[in-house]
Design a protein. Sequence first.
Length: 202
Amino acid sequence: MLRKSKKTLAIVCCLMLTFTNVAFAETEKNTGVNMESILEEIPKSAVLSGYIYKYENAPKEIKDIYASKCEALNIVPQADDEIFVPERYNFMSEGDTSGVYANYYVDYNPSKKTIRISGSGNYTISTTKLVGYGHYTSGTEVRCAQILLGLLNYNVLVDGLFGNDTYNAVVSFQRRYGLSADGIVGSATWDKLGRLTDPSFS
């Protein structure tokens, strides 16, 4: 009986070693760009590219969305308000010269509790600030949160207005990464956003 148990145990151990080696070999063989399922937390690009429009010259669909968000927040849209539209939206039509090509990238410093966004605009924000309904609902902090969400392929316009699109993206992000899904960008959400969008944390 003991001999039979030893033989069974030896077979199980051999099988475990075989499958472990296959798993590691598969991981090593696929390192690089083909590991999207394993590295899904890392954005496909460290740069968010798109077009900046002035409100008065924006495509009608973008203009309507922005006006609706302004109305919900009791803000009057201004002709020179800037709306950044990520490239994947593809609102540029042939001959359209109203959009200015732009890009943004992220530098996160957890010890200083700051996120710096550079490129076509330069912003530095504190990760102690709260963004969301009942807190900052417009301005630089909101714009930075939208850029970070955009880098992670969430569908938000970067317009500095915390509307339903931004709220839904924040809640979705929080649920995905096991954070409190309250729709408010606080220190834990800033930290996760910063670590996922700054390539030095990859």
